[in-house]
Design a protein around this ligand. Structure first.
Ligand code: AP5
Ligand code: ZN
Length: 214
């Protein structure tokens, strides 16, 4: 099962993608996580990506397409995968389709997690990420057991650099401009499914499972 998660920044793509990956036993591939790991490790890719990410802009297509195409060609992806944060532009979607077509494959589902902008801004201020393992929390909706400490690895929880309010506004603008057209793209491809992302996380997941099947 090959799945794309669509939705605004902070809509809950990562939260749901992790649950999907666990339930269906497929890898969760997050381009944002890949870039953040590269930044942390000080790689060339990380240095390049950081200049865009800190401004709330998209990393150029040429830095992301090959990376994802290579990743989905790895052995652990033969049963499928869930893409989180990719594609984010029409050229990325076209490049993905072309790469899959060459192998006689196609995507099965594009799931749009729908959340209005006003909810997004509130959510992002409360998100905390672990510096150690990248786990995501929310001060109100998914609080860690101990304040400021990761339940999984004991790492410190911080506000992501790009979750500052002014950068969130910019990311939302970029989303509407460059990523939202994908909703149309996947509607035309006949694989778009929309879920209400404003309800409780478990209920969002329930709606997704009813689309994907038990
Ligand atoms: P990326 O990491 O992909 O960021 P994003 O798309 O902006 O998505 P987020 O990770 O911010 O949010 P999410 O939807 O996963 O929400 P989450 O589950 O965490 O990308 C970062 C940057 O990298 C981009 O800006 C860009 O520069 C670059 N990049 C990445 N991919 C790229 C690409 N393909 N091309 C070019 N550039 C690329 O949830 C958010 C918060 O809400 C959490 O605290 C969570 O606990 C909480 N929450 C989740 N669901 C609920 C719920 N139902 N109710 C209440 N709270 C909830
Ligand atoms: Zn951790």
């Amino acid at each position: 099962m090959k799945i794309i998660m669509l939705g605004a920044p902070g809509a809950g793509k990562g939260t749901q993608a992790k649950k999907i990956a666990a339930k269906y036993g497929i890898p969760h591939i997050s381009t944002g996580d890949i870039f953040r790991a590269n930044i942390k490790n000080g790689t060339e890719l990380g240095k390049k990506a950081k200049t865009y990410m800190d401004q709330g802009l998209l990393v150029p297509d040429e830095l992301v397409v090959d990376l994802v195409v290579d990743r989905v060609s790895q052995d652990d992806c033969t049963k499928g995968y869930v893409l989180d944060g990719f594609p984010r532009t029409i050229p990325q979607a076209e490049a993905l389709d072309k790469a899959l077509e060459a192998k006689g494959q196609k995507m099965d589902y594009a799931i749009d997690v729908d959340v209005p902008d006003e909810n997004i801004v509130k959510r992002m201020g409360g998100r905390r990420a672990c510096v150690g393992c990248g786990a995501t929390y929310h001060l109100v909706y998914a609080a860690p057991k101990k304040d400021g400490i990761c339940d999984v690895c004991g790492g410190e929880l911080i506000l992501r650099d790009d979750d500052k309010p002014e950068t969130v506004e910019k990311r939302l603008h970029v989303y509407h401009d460059q990523t939202q057209p994908l909703i149309d793209y996947y509607t035309k491809a006949g694989i778009l499914k929309s879920v209400d992302g404003t309800v409780d996380m478990e209920d969002v997941f329930g709606a997704i499972v009813s689309i994907l099947g038990e």
